[in-house]
Design a protein around this ligand. Sequence first.
Ligand code: NAD
Length: 494
Amino acid sequence: MNAAEPARFDLFIGGQEIPGHDGERALLTDPADGGAIASVAIAGRDDALHALEVAERAFRESPWAQDDGALRARVLRRLADRLETEAEVFARLETSNMGKTLREARGDIAYVVRTLEYASGLADKIEGETIPVPGPRFDYTVREPLGVTVHIAPWNYPLLLAIRSVAPALAAGNSVVLKPASLTPLTALAFARLAHTAGVPPGILNVVVGPGREVGDALITDERCRAVSFTGSVEVGRRIGEIAGRRAIPQTLELGGKSPVLVLADADLDRAARGIGFGIFGNAGQMCWAASRLIVHESVRAPLLQKVRALAEALRLGPGTEEGVDMGPLVSAEQAERVLGYINTARKDGGKLVTGGARPDDPKLARGNFVRPTVVEEIPTTSRAVREEIFGPVLSVFSFREVDEAVRIANDTRFGLFAALWTRDLGSAHALARRLDAGMVAINDPPNTYPQTPFGGVKDSGVGTEQGRRSIEFFTRTKNVLVNLGSPRKKPAS
Ligand code: NAD
C-alpha cells in the first residue's frame, strides 16, 4: 500500500470485513488539518438488513446466548485486556478521526476498558427469583436476552458511547448491530475486529456505517431489532422513540443537555473554577452534559469570573496529537461554524464577551476547525444561545442573590441531564440537589461518571439510563414460570 494512501476500513458483519453492497465509500479527514485519514465503506439499507439477518442467526445458533454467562464473562474480560494492550493505537485513531486531544482519547479508551471489565463481572450474575405462591405450586423467573439489539452512537465520544451500551448488551447474551456516527466510525470498526480475535463469535457484534436516516431507520423499523439504545440529538431521538413506541420495543434515549453549574457564596473558588473549565472546555465543549450555564452568587461573581477567564486564556489549542495541547479542534468545519453562529447570536442578543468568541489567530491552526474557549455574560435567558444546546466551548454566565432564584434559572430549560453545584455546606448541597431537574447531580465535582453509576437525563434529555447494574435489566426480559406440582399424595389408609 502507498504510504500516503488513507487506511481502508470496511463494514464488519458476521465476523468479516466487507465492503458495502453498492461499493460506496467515504473519505474521512483529520479535523486538525483537513488531511485525508481513512476511506470507509458506506452501508445502505441492504447492508443494514444483512447485518440484522446475520445477527439474528448468530443469536439463535451460537453458544453466546445459551451459555450460563461464564463464556461471555471470560470473552469480555479478554477483550478488555486486549483493548488495554492496544490502548495507544485506539487513542491515536480516535484523536485523528474526532480531533480530541490524545490525553482525552487515552482517557476514553481507559473508560471503555473499565466498562468491559464491569460488564464481564455482570455476565454470570444474571439471576431470576423464586416467588411464593399458594398451593402445591412453584414459581420462578428467568431473565433472558432480547435477541438483536441496535445501538446508534454519536460522534463526540465515538467508542466510549458506543460500548457504554454494547458491553451490557453482550454481557446479557444479545447479539448487536452497532451504527456509529458517519463522521467517526473508525474506532468502532477496529473494536469489532478486536472483539472477534478475543472470541466474540461471528455475527454477535456487527458494525455498519451509513447515513442515519437510511441505515438507522432500516435497523430499527425491522422486526428483528428487539431493542434500541440511542445516544444523540433530541430531534433524532424523538423520531427513534416514535418508531420504538409503534413497535413496542424497549428504548433508551440519551439526548442533549444545557447543564447548569451553581456556585454558592461559600464555595472553594479555585476548585470550582477548575471544575467549570473542565465541564465546558473538556472535549472542546462537545459534551452532552457540558456545564454550559454558570449560575454564580453575585458576591463571588467577579473573583470567579477572573479565575475562569485566566484558565480559558491559558488553554493551548492545537492538533490533538501534539504534546502539551489542552484543547483540540471541533469535529467538523460545519460544527465550528455552528458554534460561531451561536456566539454571534449571543452577542446580537446583548451578551458581552468575557473572553474568546472567535477562531484562534495562530496561522498554523487556520486549516483546522478551532474555536477559542469562550465566556459570555449579560446574555438574556430568552436568547437562543441560552435555550439551545451549542455543543462547543461556550459558557454563559448568570448571577443570583437568593438560592430560590438560582434554582429557578437552573431549571428554566427544556433539558435535564446534569447539574453541578459548588458549596462547602454539604447539608444545603443535598437539599439543593433534590430541587434540580436533572438525571445526574455532582456536588463539588465536574461532570464525572463511572461504568457502575447510572447515566441518564430527564425532560428533553432522554428516557432511561445507561451504565450500572440496571443496564442488564434493560437488555433482558423477565419470563415467569409457574409450575403446578400436582395435588399432595393422599396418605395411604392404615
Ligand atoms: P445525531 O442525533 O445527529 O446523530 C446520532 C446518531 O444518530 C448518528 O449515528 C447518526 O448517524 C444517527 N441518526 C441520524 N439520523 C437518524 C435517523 N433518522 N434514524 C436513525 N439514526 C439516525 O447526534 P450527533 O450530532 O451525532 O451527536 C450530538 C448530540 O448527541 C448532541 O445533541 C449531544 O447532546 C448528544 N449526546 C448525548 C449524550 C448522552 O449521553 N445524553 C452523549 C453524547 C452526545
